[in-house]
Design a protein around this ligand. Structure first.
Ligand SMILES: C[S@@+](CC[C@H](N)C(=O)[O-])C[C@H]1O[C@@H](n2cnc3c(N)ncnc32)[C@H](O)[C@@H]1O
Length: 362
């Protein structure tokens, strides 16, 4: 899909990204230093260092630097969506028509289900402040594609797919023949699966029709064959034991715990004996310092991520074992962002992986 971004609109994009870079690269390191000083002063007085998210909150929340950095973060996020949708507005009708126009000889397919019921936990949230969320605006997919590079300071690479490659790197080497990417969004992280496993049939599912329509156009423009389908990852229409790999990126933190349980059980049902389940997200709080966890937890209330906190407190490996997976392991992967990390100096992905027993000894 061709989208024209005028120089004026590009200037707005660059300004917002500049604000976000200023927060990440200037304010956050200063905040880290302030925290070290204050925590040390407190320990000198009380003999106790902060050990919980609440302890860190008591140290940082009263400080002007913390409040300023978080105000700016919130405002930059609202500005990001405003400038992106404003850039699309003059082309809205043409873009929607192009999105809906069937392709002549597509490699892949897109199947929408207008009767699919969107779960209440999904309908009521505008995730990370996107107006209309993933489904309420026909241009939601295109807006997401333009906004995310600004959001992440262009650090995921030109295709915004670093996370997809991180997932691939964590997988046991197997001849995966059928792959399901749950909550695939616009398919940025689905395409590395196509490249890594060229013999496989790759299917991406998502609740959002606008995301899938755009994912289809985006994949076709890159010559990648993917079948996209509008389905709920909690209960899909695929038969038992029909995939070798069931995976996701950044899906689980957007689900309440009850839905996560159903998604992991569904992953188990869908896998062939010996199949692999691998969901990638950000590291759980137990793996982070109280300071990092406190900063990350901010998104729960202030970036419209209502399930973020409960997800990061969850014992996902225990859930995997409960539904029947064995050989369950957690695989941390350091992003190329490395020391320039988003929150506190390092940034890593976290893959929770399990295998379904009874494999054919591949
Ligand atoms: C944060 S986005 C991640 C998209 C993509 N995986 C990526 O990494 O770019 C989460 C996606 O999950 C989808 N989603 C949320 N709940 C879902 C569910 N129950 N079933 C299928 N998709 C879901 C949303 O519509 C959204 O596209």
């Amino acid at each position: 899909m061709r989208v024209e971004i005028s120089r004026t609109h590009q200037a707005y994009f660059d300004f917002v990204e500049g604000v976000k870079a200023y927060i990440a690269e200037r304010l956050m390191p200063q905040l880290g230093q302030l925290y070290q000083q204050k925590a040390a002063a407190q320990a000198a007085l009380t003999g106790r260092h902060p050990t919980t998210i609440e302890d860190v909150a008591r140290v940082l929340e009263p400080t002007r630097l913390y409040r300023f950095s978080r105000c700016l973060q919130r405002i930059s996020q609202e500005m990001m969506w405003t400038v992106v949708y404003r850039a699309l507005e003059p082309q809205r009708e043409a873009l929607i028509a192009e999105l809906k126009r069937p392709l002549e000889h597509p490699l892949g397919e897109v199947h929408l289900d207008p009767n699919l019921e969107l779960p209440e936990y999904y309908r009521r949230v505008e995730f990370h402040l996107q107006p209309g969320s993933y489904f309420g605006d026909e241009l939601a997919g295109l807006a997401y594609d333009l906004a995310v590079p600004i959001y992440v300071l262009h650090r995921y690479g030109p295709e915004n797919d670093e996370m997809g490659w991180a997932l691939v790197s964590a997988l046991p080497k197997r001849p995966y023949r059928r792959i399901l990417d749950m909550g695939c969004g616009i398919g940025q992280k689905t395409l590395p699966l196509v490249d890594a496993f060229p013999e496989a049939e790759v299917i991406g599912i998502d609740l959002s029709a606008p995301m899938l329509l755009y994912a289809h156009k985006r994949a076709e423009a890159r010559g990648k064959r993917v079948t996209f389908a509008q389905q709920n990852a909690e209960r899909t229409t695929f038969p038992d034991e029909s995939f070798d790999l069931v995976c996701s990126t950044l899906l689980l933190h957007e689900l309440p715990e009850s839905a996560i349980r159903r998604v992991i059980a569904e992953s188990y049902r869908l896998l062939n004996p010996g199949g692999v389940c691998a969901h990638l997200d950000l590291p759980p709080y137990r793996e982070q310092s109280p300071y990092n966890a406190f900063l990350m937890d901010w998104d729960t209330k202030h970036n419209n991520e209502p399930y973020w906190s409960s997800f990061h407190h969850m014992d996902l490996p225990a859930l995997y074992r409960e539904v029947g997976f064995h050989n369950v392991r957690e695989i941390p992967i350091t992003s190329r962002w490395g020391e320039e990390g988003f929150y506190t100096g390092t940034f890593s992905y976290w893959v929770t992986l399990g295998e379904k027993g009874g494999g054919m000894g591949r």
